[in-house]
Design a protein around this ligand. Structure first.
Ligand code: PEP
Ligand code: MN
Length: 298
């Protein structure tokens, strides 16, 4: 079935007897993600949490789901400190094929358990379209990681999902390209997209990536979609996470996503950048104090 605004352009007979219909959304006057297309801020609802509204939203949890104990303890800790969305990866994009790849569907069931225990909605990554149905069955918000930001066939499939999407900027993606990736999802029919700046690759090696805070300002000017910041993957070292989370709030982001682990030294992934629960509680206290001066309650 074709959705509204779609048209079929025939490529003509590519082989005798074979017609290759190509469905291309008809081009709107302005890109759907742009402020010209929609002046008012889009608010994306993730369970009971409004992303892009007046409240600054904090998403927190481990890089990866590792065990029931780890997931439940972390979920409880981040909730106690005021996080309102829980994160945790079950399908992990790892640089090395020999690194922990995630628990797969077993990890999704543990996320669902943590949601049941805490009431927090969950966000988790899908890497491959063959896992989209199972991830969508468990997640309240589906994450597209930095490495898949220009996986256009996956983006088109997310356009046909009736669930919010957390789209992370790629390591080498310009702001225009990032917005075009979001456009793919909207053009295919899903307006519930949240953008996440998570650091880009530059000549600098002192930090894991370079957090492009100016991208937040530019994105907020150009698009009506909510914009959040992931300081953990941007900087790669836990001592810099809280200062960059504060900077994200100051620059006008709609929220942050932060990695938290109850024993970061034994984390199966990204322990160096994971906050322990007490560090996270301290970061939250600071954001609560800062919020009112920026008209941003938590
Ligand atoms: C993550 O959030 O778990 C992750 C892998 O992030 P990124 O895609 O930004 O590297
Ligand atoms: Mn991680």
């Amino acid at each position: 079935m074709m959705s509204a605004g779609m048209e079929t352009r025939s490529m003509g007979a590519v082989m005798a007897g074979i017609e290759a219909p190509v469905v291309i959304p008809s081009k709107p006057k302005h890109n759907l993600v742009s402020r010209q297309a929609k002046a008012t801020d889009t608010v994306v609802q993730v369970g009971p949490v409004a992303l892009g509204g007046p409240r600054f939203v904090v998403i927190a949890g481990p890089c990866s789901v590792e065990s029931p104990e780890q997931m439940i303890a972390t979920a409880r800790a981040v909730k106690d400190s005021g996080a309102t969305i829980l994160r945790g990866g079950a399908f992990k994009p790892r640089t090395s094929p020999y690194s922990f790849q995630g628990m797969g569907e077993d990890g999704l069931t543990l996320l669902a358990l943590a949601r049941e225990v805490t009431g927090l909605p969950v966000v988790t990554e899908v890497m491959d379209s063959e896992d989209l149905a199972v991830v969508a069955a468990y997640a309240d918000m589906i994450q597209i990681g930095a490495r898949n930001v220009q996986n256009f066939s996956l983006l088109k499939k997310l356009g046909r999902v009736n669930q919010p999407i957390l789209l992370k900027r790629g390591l080498m993606t310009t702001i225009d390209e990032f917005l075009m990736s979001a456009e793919y999802i909207l053009a295919a029919g899903n307006p519930q997209v949240v953008l996440c700046e998570r650091g880009i690759r530059t000549f600098e090696t002192a930090t894991r990536n370079t957090l492009d805070l100016s991208a937040v300002c530019v994105l907020k000017e150009r698009t009506h979609l909510p914009v959040i910041v992931d300081p953990s993957h941007a900087v790669g070292a836990r001592r810099f996470v809280a200062p960059l989370a504060r900077a994200a709030m100051a620059v006008g982001a709609d929220g942050v996503m932060v990695e938290v682990h109850c024993s970061p030294e034994s984390a199966l992934c990204d322990g160096d950048q994971s906050l322990c629960p007490s560090d996270f509680a301290h970061m939250m206290d600071e954001l609560v104090v800062m919020g009112p001066s920026l008209h941003r309650a938590l």
